[in-house]
Each structure stands twice: as C-alpha cells, then as structure tokens.
Ligand binder design. Structure first.
Ligand SMILES: Cc1ncc(COP(=O)(O)O)c(C=O)c1O
Ligand SMILES: N[C@@H](CCOP(=O)(O)O)C(=O)O
Length: 477
C-alpha cells in the first residue's frame, strides 16, 4: 500500500512522506503540511476502539498517517515509550463535572501540559528517523510557555538535535520559564526575547527561508509540524469513544491560541468521528473568535493575560483550516496569506466561512474566566488552570444558551495543570494548587537563558553562532 503523502497549504512545495514531513516542519513555500487526503475510520473501526487503552487507540488512529515510514510494531513501541511516563494509567483521563460537562485532562505528562502528549512522541520520532542518518537538526521554536518546556524535556541530551527556544520575556509564568531554563543539557538554548510570542513565531518561520542559515538543517517542534497535530487527534477519539461514539455525537470546547489543538479535533471529525461542535474558546486576544464569528481575521497587538499561553494574535494553524475552507486551493491560500503577511488582516468570504460551520467561538474575558474557575472549584470540587477555565466558560455558555442538541456531552480540554499558574488560580479561586512532585524544587534550581532584543537578526545570529551545521551529506535534503 503506498504511504501517505503530505502537501503544502500554499500548493508550491514538494510533497513529502511522513518521515520527511516530521523532520522538515514548515514547507519550503512558507505553507504548512497536511495529508494529501484525510484517512477515514468508519463506524465499525470506531466501535472497535471501545475498551482499547490509550496506546492501542493511538496506534489505530495514527497508523494511516505514518504507514510509509513506520511499521505498526514500531509505532506501538514509540507510543508505549512516549506514554509510559504519564502519571495516569488512562494517559488522558475524563472527569465528569455535571450532567453534560466533562473535562479531558491532558496534563499528566512530564511538563504538566497537553503539549507533552505530542512532544513525547515527536522526540521519539526524531530519534527514530535520525538514527544512523548522519543528520544534524537545528530545531527553532517559539513558546508562550508550554511548548518550550515540553519540547526541551523531549529533546534534551539528544546528540543529533540542537534546540533553540524563544519565549517572550516576562510574559510567561515562573514555573513555565523555569521548566525550560533549569534544563542544563548542552543541546538546549533558551532565549528570552523582548517581544511577544507572535514576534518569536514570525522569526521561526523566517529562519526556514533564510539563505544565511542554509548551512543548518532547520526543523520545528511547534504545531506547524504536522506530527504534533497528528498525535493530538488521538485524544479526541479516545474521549469520544468513552462517551458513546460513534452512536453519540460529542462537542468539544478547546482553549485556543495557535489553533493547533482544535484543528486536531477537526481532523478527527474529517476522519469520521461524529463531532457535534468544536467550540473555539479564546481569551481577549480574540482574532480567532472574530474570524469565525464575523469573518474578520485581523491581528492587533497582543494583550498579556492570566492565560499567557493563549496570548497569541497570529494563529499558525488557522492556515490549515483556510486550506480546507478554500476547497484545498493552495494558490488561493498563498494569495490570502501573502496579503495577511503584509496587511495583518484578511476578510473571510462567505463561501469559505460556510465550510467552517462545525466551529463556534467565544471570547472569554478575565472575569468570565475567574467565574468558571470558581464554579469548577465550588460546584465540581476541582481546581483548574486559567486556560482550562476559558474553555469551560465557553462550554457552559454554549450549554446555557442551548446552542447544542439536548444531552450533548461537552468535553472541555483541560490543557494545563493549575500548579503551572498557581498565583492566577489562587487569585481567582482563593486556593493555591498543590505542587506536583514533577516540579518540586524547581524554584531552587539554577537558570540559564540569554536575553535578546526582539529583532530578527539578533535572534538569527544567536542561533547561527551556536548551532551545529547540517551533516555534509545532508546538504541537498
Ligand atoms: C495551556 C494551554 N492551553 C491552550 C493553548 C492553546 O492551544 P493551541 O495553541 O493549540 O490553540 C496553549 C498553547 O498552545 C496552552 O499552552
Ligand atoms: N501555547 C503555545 C504556543 C505555541 O503553540 P504551538 O502549539 O504551535 O507550539 C505554548 O505554550 O508555547
């Protein structure tokens, strides 16, 4: 059986197989890679997921995407190794809050955020594909707090990979920063830039196309990398099947920033999972809410909030949805994205918006977030983090407005452990979360990071002066 190929959302880059798409990250035309077609699990295949554990579910959901480059046994071994270190046997357990509301806990991995679900696997995929290949990767990444630590924990000490991670200085929590900056592995380089996450993400994309970095094999761990999203599709299936899929439709409320997590939900839907609705929950950095509710995709300045990981105005993965909304017309997406890059705004035409009817959206402000956090504490006896609270506020609003058919379970993705944002949680709920063992002692460790101006050249030169060049024989890859 021929393996899955991946094509660029801008239609002008070579199609790649899974291994290359994983190691490459961003497409050469500036687009994002997506599978050339969506594999489908029919109702029987979904029923057959009942009773399977997380690893077996992951193997069945991801196999169609990787089949050209990994055997089923390889994939199973990688998944076992990736999820073995999670501190819950279910990996991503479900918790019921009331008759309709559920939480999908995605924070049981090493760095206490949903990013571990994908990055624990991605690190192992890198190792698998680089083993014996003589290639040297330079991973450049941008983080608003959680991707950075999950990536660093997945890649620290790997000899064939150098990791350069930018975070916006002063705009992430102390725990988030220290989870990155206390890792002393020689292949890890942290940069605190005097700018926003959007600045950092723009730099990452530019480095892929910078002729001055031609001597390095640049790669990505942000959700521009397809493999990140693929691993996140799994928990939508895992949760929905436990709640009655395929016989029952489920709605998901997803706290959203870079649009990766919720796009994974869209992929699950395209693969055949009966999804009633995907609720895109934003904080006051609401570009996605405006885009989906009014067709206005225009980026303003980033406002710092108590949910810093979602303080994003330019959402990379929205381009993947645009590609679907444009009927997979890469040339149309290229024109739109080039216009967005120069104007910082796009108006989404009606024909495209009609293809995004599965999504609804909500903009949740600080008071609404705090109210949801308190409700979870007082009525459901759960301390949740501010990002999860944004998702929950949107979920409760949808159910209060009776936006969904009666009895539809709404699953809010609980994307981080509250201890990562202890001050904000304490402010809202009047109670400080307990400190999990995984981060005990973090505040006493030595930190190492480089503070840098936000301009591109400063960051690029920092990377170029420390990264190891690509291996000679990989020059033409
Ligand atoms: C805790 C947390 N919640 C939600 C999000 C938003 O996820 P996405 O960027 O995939 O939309 C992020 C960052 O990505 C995050 O770290
Ligand atoms: N919220 C993220 C921002 C980067 O998003 P990604 O999913 O594209 O890696 C973070 O916490 O770093």
């Amino acid at each position: 059986m021929p393996g899955m190929k991946y094509v660029s959302t801008r239609g002008d880059a070579p199609a790649l197989d899974f291994a290359d798409v994983t190691l490459t990250g961003l497409a050469a035309d500036g687009g994002l890679y997506v599978p050339e077609e969506w594999p489908v699990l029919d109702a029987d295949a979904i029923r057959a997921l009942r009773g399977l554990d997380y690893v077996e579910t992951a193997v069945r959901v991801m196999q169609p995407f990787v089949s050209s480059d990994l055997t089923e046994a390889d994939l199973r071994n990688l998944c076992r190794a990736a999820y073995d270190g999670f501190d819950h046997a279910a990996v991503t357990p479900l918790r019921q809050l009331d008759a309709d509301q559920w939480l999908l806990e995605l924070f049981h991995g090493p760095t206490l955020a949903f990013k571990d679900v994908a990055l624990q696997l991605l690190g192992r995929l890198f190792e698998q594909f680089l083993s014996g290949a003589g290639r040297q990767l330079t991973v450049v990444g941008a983080t608003s707090g959680d991707t950075g630590s999950a990536a660093i924990h997945a890649l620290a000490g790997l000899d064939s990979v150098d990791v350069f991670m930018m975070h916006p200085k002063g705009r992430i929590s102390d725990v988030q920063r220290r989870q990155m900056t206390t890792v002393m592995a020689p292949n890890v380089h942290n940069m605190a830039i005097n700018g926003s996450f959007d600045d950092a993400q723009a730099h990452v994309k530019r480095m892929f196309r910078d002729p001055q970095l031609r001597g390095f094999e640049i790669s990505a761990v942000n959700s521009i990398n397809w493999a990140r999203l693929m691993a996140q599709v799994v928990y939508y299936f895992y949760a929905a099947v436990r709640l009655g899929a395929p016989e029952r439709k489920i709605a998901f409320s997803v706290p959203t920033g870079n649009f990766g997590d919720v796009f994974a939900g869209y992929v699950a839907h395209r693969m055949g999972l009966p999804v009633e609705r995907l609720i895109v929950a934003t904080n006051v950095n609401d570009i996605l809410h405006r885009a989906l509710s009014a067709g206005d995709y225009s980026a303003g300045a980033v406002t710092p909030t108590a949910s810093p990981s979602m303080d994003i105005q330019v959402s990379s993965n929205f381009e993947r949805l645009l590609f679907e909304m444009a009927g997979r017309d890469g040339a149309r997406v290229r024109t739109m994205m080039e216009s967005f890059d120069s104007e910082r705004r796009l108006s989404l035409p009606a024909d495209m918006r009609a293809r995004a009817a599965l999504f609804s959206s909500a903009r949740i402000d600080a008071d609404q977030m705090a109210l949801a956090l308190r409700w979870a504490r007082e009525d459901a006896d759960m301390l949740i983090d501010p990002h999860t609270a944004i998702g929950l506020a949107a979920a409760r609003a949808a159910s209060g407005r009776k936006d969904l058919p009666a009895g539809t379970p709404i699953v809010t993705l609980a994307t981080a452990h509250p201890a990562k944002f202890a001050e904000a949680v304490e402010r809202a709920a009047g109670e400080r979360p307990r400190t999990p063992e995984r981060i005990a002692g973090l505040m006493d460790r030595e930190e190492r990071f480089q503070e840098l101006a936000a301009d591109y050249e400063t960051v690029r030169d920092f990377v170029a002066s420390r990264a190891r060049p690509r291996a000679a024989h990989a020059e033409t890859l």
